[in-house]
Design a protein around this ligand. Sequence first.
Ligand code: ACO
Length: 447
Amino acid sequence: MSDSEHRNSLTITDNRTGKSYELPIEDGTIRSMDLRQIKASDEDFGLLGYDPGYLNTASCKSSITYIDGDKGILRYRGYPIEQLAEKSTFLETAYLLMKGELPDKERLAVWTYNIRYHTEVHTNITKFMEGFRYDAHPMGILVGTVGALSTFYPDAKDISHEESRKLQVRRLLGKIPTMAAMSFRHSLGLPYVAPDTELSYTGNFLSMMFKSMERYYKPNPVLEHALDVLFILHADHEQNCSTNAVRSVGSSNVDPYSAIAAGCAALYGPLHGGANEAVIHMLNEIGSIDRIPAFIKSVKEGSGRLMGFGHRVYKNYDPRAKIIKEIAFRVFEETGKNPLLDMALELERIALEDDYFVKRKLYPNVDFYSGLIYQAMGFPTEMFPVLFAIGRTPGWLAQWIEQVKDPEQKIARPRQIYLGEECRDFMPIEARPKKIVDEAKFGMCRI
Ligand code: ACO
């Protein structure tokens, strides 16, 4: 090792053997595979890192999104989220995420046209949408229908061709809002609304959601803009749970519809995209401002969490939450104040002064106020994670493309620490000891 290589390395001494190892440091990381050479004996497999939930493991190199969680910084392709939220549109931001640069006028026009062109869905999709129960959760419907798109576009399997990848990107960006709106209207038994290509991306989505008997649906410009900004704020967030799911599933070289369906499934969970829905349920359960202190006490005692608070990466105010809070007030001027707002503001005030939350650096995240806005706009709570999915789709796709093009990427396949039984011989059923089953408690079929 040269002098400069030595200065950029980590020396590890294995106290089991007394041996020392020098591991190169590159971009502030060591390669986990370099640990493998560290063995206690010749039969030893070699040292592994143990990191449930990937708290300190980088799974890829990426040039898409930068976050500094301690300083509350979020940038897409180098552009601060505050500037994009103020000056960009969702489709332009989607272009930026996908291609790395902001488009000129002509490129933006072509990009917009290409996505609009793909907003319609095959009539068979409307048919199998009808197979879902009337009360099916729209996010469950979205997971199913996005996955099913892979059967409509078998050409998508050809992930090695750039033109094919571009086509699937346009199709997904075009069709996800259409299927999202269909899932909502299905739950109400309302006829589906065809896409209106005269409207903006977000305006068209609002039309497909809420158009009634009127001949032309005109979105409220304040609400249309607010939702567009919310989509921008959700558009990417580096290696979060759903993006990791997209990359992990995508690493098997499956088509992007299957990979994005995996992202939707991950987003469905209450610890991720389901959190904004959970915030509304929580506020409804608390019921009134005077019950907030008792609720905070119960959270601190370990019964449940303060939903919409805390983040794996942000240990400071989530910059998206700041922007969303401002948007909330603008939206409420149009729609009237959401009655849950006062409770949310008071909950935030109390939590930010409370030692438990301060010590753990728990601040409102993107989901704390977004649900209140969605609710005021007329979206039912079940649609909240679906709205998140529409916003996150360009991020998932940009990350998927980056992964497909990255020669260092391999099929995702973590290791485990096996703590189970040693090798033992199969025992015929007659020879196995009887288990005592409490039939009254568990019923015959449960053991
Ligand atoms: N309310 C109360 N306590 C919390 C909360 C919360 N919302 N979040 C974390 N904590 C506490 C934990 O109990 C833990 O305390 P301890 O050290 O005494 O055990 C400590 O803070 C650290 O929590 P972890 O769960 O280890 O933090 P992690 O980084 O794994 O979790 C997460 C992050 C999942 C977002 C968590 O903060 C949470 O559950 N928040 C509520 C759900 C939520 O709002 N999710 C949306 C996230 S944003 C998004 O996905 C778009």
